[in-house]
Design a protein around this ligand. Structure first.
Ligand SMILES: [Zn+2]
Length: 114
């Protein structure tokens, strides 16, 4: 059960990395680390499983920000707009995490649907 949730979270974040050609070895490694840490976390706090997928996405976003730059970039806004990113809503990571444009506030896609 828990493993299925973690597998689902991993698959969705990986799909969104691939959608933006960002699934580098380093990014996938950051994803594996995030999944491993959240596995431990949800074992301590089973009610947290609602938030797992969004939290893994945020963890990878933070890890990439420090090493490889911002992800995911918004491709929905006008070309004239300065480069900006999407963030997970709800902030807690769930339930039903979606990517929201930080500029327009529009929902761009569900997590895993970029
Ligand atoms: Zn945007």
């Amino acid at each position: 059960m828990k493993n299925a949730l973690l597998f689902d979270a991993r698959a969705r974040v990986l799909a969104d990395l691939q959608a933006q050609q960002r699934a580098t070895a380093a990014a996938v490694s950051a994803l594996e680390d995030a999944v491993a840490q959240r596995k431990w976390w949800v074992e301590q706090w089973p009610e947290g499983e609602t938030y797992i997928a969004g939290l893994v996405a945020q963890d990878v976003q933070d890890a990439l920000f420090e090493t490889a730059g911002r992800w995911p970039l918004c491709r929905d806004c006008d070309d004239e707009a300065p480069v900006h990113t999407l963030h997970i809503q709800p902030d807690l990571g769930g339930p039903d995490p979606v990517w929201v444009c930080e500029e327009s506030g529009d929902v761009i896609a569900p997590l895993g649907g970029l």
